[in-house]
Design a binder for this molecule. Structure first.
Ligand SMILES: Cc1cc2nc3c(=O)[nH]c(=O)nc-3n(C[C@H](O)[C@H](O)[C@H](O)COP(=O)(O)OP(=O)(O)OC[C@H]3O[C@@H](n4cnc5c(N)ncnc54)[C@H](O)[C@@H]3O)c2cc1C
Length: 375
């Protein structure tokens, strides 16, 4: 039950006539972030009888598991395909695949470069590209959950839960001033975003301070990407993904339209290398998107330089550098009984989309004091 709520958020069941005064609405668990980690966490908590509320700043679920429609045609402009090997993740992935999903995509690879998650091509991993886009996976996870879209969390505070006791609870404030409260709060965000939100907590909480240097160990790199669509009749590359070894700027060229049934327009997604992306992350989009198209053309032919449509996308926090992930989610028990949980792709040794999912599952088990249902 993902829903757009925006200004509705702070209303009690019977709205009062005064929308200007911020009200505080109380929940048992708040989760910030409706990416794969936050959704997996919310599903697991719901399965254990809790009623978590997921707050998501965007207008849709999935985060970096993202699919955009270009003239109606799905294009995966973040994560290009789902992959993993743990029984829990494979079961979730299988439930979300559509009838025309392609198993083992990309089946035809070009180049000797290293993919961002090399284990994706290990025989132990299963790869799946849903025909409707990878975001179908997130939509499937969100089914039946209370997800509030357009709800950006600006600040966190720990406040007395009542006048009678020394109990404390979390208050989160959204853009626009609406406030929500819960005893348990989970942040399912890229590590730099988690650090930024925890930085709004004044005064700093003794139980949380030791987590901050751990979060700084997680190294997150940007990725500049361009969706490039080509005119009708353009010959299609024989490969489904190209990972050039010798390119200074291009990390991968994904033949996105090879995942779509029917007669899709030839559409590629060109991903920049981490170093290139870091250098250009604050420069104008037109500069770096043309540089990526030029370099792709130098690798694959002049035709690639001139798509009839180019859409740049800047992923400021795209991927965790391999080997900098922490092994598991983190939990802090604060004075007064409030609990903080942290999940996300930097908080499971597997990393990537599978690590994000497993971190959410593992955090649910830790928050409820139970063993993970299956991992
Ligand atoms: C270009 C690209 C290629 C990739 N390729 C691969 C790959 O090949 N293999 C692989 O395994 N992984 C890959 N990844 C990484 C993979 O997509 C991520 O590891 C995974 O999706 C992370 O999920 P998450 O839930 O941890 O975080 P996210 O998906 O980042 O979810 C966090 C959510 O929190 C929301 N949010 C942020 N701040 C706030 C706030 N203040 N208030 C409310 N909401 C907020 C965001 O909008 C987002 O929806 C790739 C990523 C990119 C960008």
């Amino acid at each position: 039950m993902a829903q757009a709520v925006g200004a509705q958020l702070a209303r009690p069941p019977n709205p009062t006539p005064s929308p200007r005064r911020p009200l505080v609405v109380v929940h048992d668990t708040l989760i910030v972030g409706a990416g794969i980690a936050g959704l997996a966490l919310a599903r697991e908590l719901t399965a254990r009888g809790l009623a978590p509320v997921v707050l998501e700043r965007a207008n849709g679920v999935g985060g970096r598991c993202a699919t955009r429609r270009v003239d109606g045609q799905p294009v995966d402009h973040g994560l290009a395909f789902l992959h993993g090997r743990s029984p829990a993740f494979l079961a979730a992935m299988a439930a979300a695949r559509d009838a025309a999903a392609i198993t083992h995509w990309p089946r035809h690879r070009d180049g000797d470069g290293v993919p961002c998650q090399p284990q994706a091509f290990d025989p132990l991993d299963t790869r799946v590209a849903p025909a409707g886009g990878v975001n179908l996976f997130a939509k499937h996870l969100a089914e039946g959950l209370d997800v509030r879209l357009g709800a950006r969390v600006e600040t966190l505070a720990l406040e007395p839960a009542s006048h009678e006791t020394s109990d404390r609870a979390w208050t989160v404030t959204l853009t626009g001033g609406d406030r929500l409260r819960a005893r348990s709060l989970a942040l399912a965000l890229p590590a730099p975003s988690t650090l930024a939100l925890l930085g709004t907590l004044v005064p700093q909480e003794p139980a949380i301070a030791p987590l901050l240097p751990l979060l700084r160990l997680i190294h997150v790199v940007p990725c500049l990407a361009v969706i490039a669509r080509y005119p009708e009749g353009t010959p299609r590359p024989a490969w489904e993904a190209s990972y050039p070894a010798g390119s200074s700027g291009v990390h991968a060229v994904l033949h996105d339209s090879s995942k779509r049934p029917g007669t899709p327009r030839l559409t590629l997604v060109i991903q920049g290398r981490p170093g290139f992306s870091q250098r250009h992350v604050d420069t104008p989009e037109a500069v770096w998107s043309q540089a990526l198209l030029d370099e792709a053309a130098a690798l694959h032919g002049d035709w690639m330089r001139t798509p009839d449509l180019a859409q740049p996308h800047r992923w400021r926090y795209a991927r965790v550098s391999i080997g900098t992930e922490l092994a598991s989610p983190l939990v802090a028990h604060c004075e007064g009984g409030a609990v903080l949980g942290l999940a996300g792709d930097g908080l499971h040794a597997t990393g990537g989309v599978e690590g994000a999912y497993l971190s959410g599952v593992a955090l649910a088990a830790r928050l409820t004091g139970s063993a993970p249902a299956r991992e």
